[in-house]
Write a protein that binds this ligand. Structure first.
Ligand code: GLC
Ligand code: CA
Length: 555
């Protein structure tokens, strides 16, 4: 057990999507030995925590988020020995491993589910939600998050089982105490192997409210399941129990907390919250339209983004911690989301990084983000791998949208676009594999790659490295990791500026989130500690910020 209570407090974390990280045996698929091989790189970057997306045994319907055995590693990623080795190698660098805890559902190939279907009288039937159909139809009108009814019929019977995601991901019945015990066994097993904690997948869905009835919200006659099974009343009981388990190990946990109200931060991620921190999506998903199909309206403004960010930061400060992120394996690349294509360059990339990494909470970097990777462009749907990409593409075609436009939407929205291999060098397949990569690579790897950026004096990689150092081991660590957050509202709504304060020390962060020159009023001659330009222009009332210029000023 770890001695220091908040051992993670001064860390920067890095998300590894193993399939696309590094392939050590040239079968085209990234693997655990590949992670081990690249630990010196991660150490050089300076991160202290790695979150590894699932590597457990899985039929890979949802790239590992469908687990068929929680105590085994899928052979495409390696073995249990490999992961033990990874954990001990990480220890040498003082890096902690977070496993992905996916316990809202299992795979339909998990033996519990197999047993439950085969033998309705077995105890495993009650591990899941089975219900009778009504007049030859599913038990109710819930629409799964990935589309279609959330109920799947068991062939030849009038019984259906519940799945909030793919039909190959049946939901576990958390009302059943035995199920919860199974989950705690999984936690015990992994904590005892010496990991630091968990990223906790889809956890706000574990409670279902079957009493609630709502009319259809779409022509398909169904109603979005999140209305019935996201932060549903009564979830508190399950989450408190789970927390006790985490606390026993002093585990660091981050809940994937889609849709939590900011007024509930203290309950979810406060000093005594269910998790150490939560991923909160409201600001990051600012460009997502209400409807889940892939409409493209990029109408958000910097001011709106800033307002959400600040509102959530302030609420979290009342007693909670957010994990900071701009990218993950379910999103698109942040450069494509936040910066107009023609303005993606060193300055906008470094500004974006600084803007979120100096906020209050533990920053997460998604693999490739640290070199400014961009969305991959797919020419044809056959190059995509994620089923949700296909489903949404079909929906667009059915709506009468032509193939070319539909592919544009795919490239703007699909999860495949951020799941392509990271660029190690400008060698064949970007140095990711000598085999045939499981998914297409992003074309720009000759320009954007790790090798080049490590050699460059001035690169996005070096910038991330510098920001990480600021948080983890500089004289500003305390301010950045423990300090308060205070908005600095400027008249110019394209500027995102805030203070971080700790004891008597104070930093001012200034980001010109715009391709225009912006005035920033400041009357005293403070010391500029960090600047993504070599110059800083002044005018009589302060600074004239260059396009996407950003600063850290000590006060
Ligand atoms: C989470 C994961 C996502 C997965 C889903 C179902 O949202 O991040 O990748 O598809 O859960 O497990
Ligand atoms: Ca491999």
């Amino acid at each position: 057990m770890m001695l220091e209570k908040k051992w993670w407090e001064k860390s920067v974390a890095y998300q590894i999507y193993p399939k696309s990280f590094f392939d050590s045996n040239n079968d085209g698929i990234g693997d655990i030995c590949g992670i081990i091989e690249k630990l010196p790189y991660l150490n050089e970057l300076g991160i202290k925590i790695i979150w590894i997306s699932p590597v457990y045994k899985s039929p890979m319907k949802d790239n590992g988020y469908d687990i068929s055995n929680y105590f085994e590693i899928d052979s495409q990623f390696g073995s249990l020995e490999d992961i033990k080795n990874l954990i001990s190698q990480c220890n040498k660098y003082d890096i902690k491993v977070l496993m992905d805890l996916v316990v809202n559902h299992t795979s339909d190939k998990h033996e519990w589910f197999q047993e439950a279907v085969k033998n309705p009288l077995s105890k495993y039937r009650n591990y899941y939600y089975f219900k009778k159909g009504v007049n030859g139809k599913p038990p109710n009108n819930w629409r799964s998050i990935f589309g279609g009814s959330a109920w799947e019929n068991i062939e030849g019977t009038n019984e259906y089982y519940l799945h909030l995601f793919y039909k190959e991901q049946p939901d576990l019945n958390w009302e059943n105490e035995e199920v919860r015990k199974e989950v705690y066994n999984i936690i015990d097993f992994w904590m005892k192997l010496g990991i630091g904690g968990f990223r906790v997948d889809a956890i706000t869905h574990i409670k279902k409210n079957f009493n609630k009835i709502l009319p259809p919200d779409n022509e398909d006659g169904l109603c979005d399941v999140v209305n019935f099974a996201r932060n549903a009343e009564g979830i508190e009981k399950f989450l408190s129990e789970l927390k006790e388990k985490f606390d026993y190990y002093n585990a660091y946990t981050v809940g994937e907390a889609q849709g939590i109200d900011e007024n509930r931060f203290s309950e979810y991620c406060g000093e005594n919250g269910y998790f150490s921190e939560v991923f909160d999506f409201e600001a990051v998903e600012i460009d997502l339209p209400e409807s889940c199909t892939w409409e493209y309206d990029n109408k958000w403004t910097v001011k709106e983004f800033r307002d959400i960010l600040f509102k959530r930061q302030l609420k979290a400060q009342d007693g909670g911690m957010q994990a900071l992120f701009l990218e993950n394996h379910d999103e698109i690349r942040c450069l494509n989301r936040f910066i107009p294509k023609e303005n993606i360059n060193y300055y906008s990339t470094t500004m974006l990084a600084l803007m979120y990494m100096m906020l209050r909470g533990t920053p997460y970097i998604y693999q490739g983000q640290e070199i400014g990777m961009t969305n991959c462009n797919f020419d044809d749907i056959s190059q995509c791998r994620d089923e949700t990409t296909y489903t949404n593409y079909q929906i667009l075609l059915k709506k009468g949208i032509d193939k070319k436009t539909a592919m544009e939407r795919v490239n703007q929205r699909c999860r495949d676009t951020i799941r392509t291999p990271i660029h190690w060098s400008d060698n064949k397949n970007a140095g990711f594999t000598n085999g045939e990569p499981w998914i297409k690579l992003c074309e720009n790897y000759k320009e954007i790659n790790i090798k080049k950026q490590i050699e460059d004096k001035k690169s996005v990689f070096k910038w991330y490295q510098k920001l990480i150092e600021l948080r983890t081991k500089s004289k500003y660590s305390d301010i950045l990791c423990k300090g308060n957050f205070k908005p600095n509202i400027c008249d110019n709504s394209n500027i995102i500026s805030y203070f971080r304060e700790y004891e008597i020390k104070k930093l001012l962060i200034v980001c010109n989130f715009s391709s225009n020159i912006s005035e920033f009023e400041i009357n005293e001659n403070y010391k500029v500690e960090i600047n993504n330009y070599d110059i800083l222009n002044k005018y009589e009332n302060g600074y004239l910020l260059n396009p996407y210029q950003c600063l850290i000023i000590s006060i």
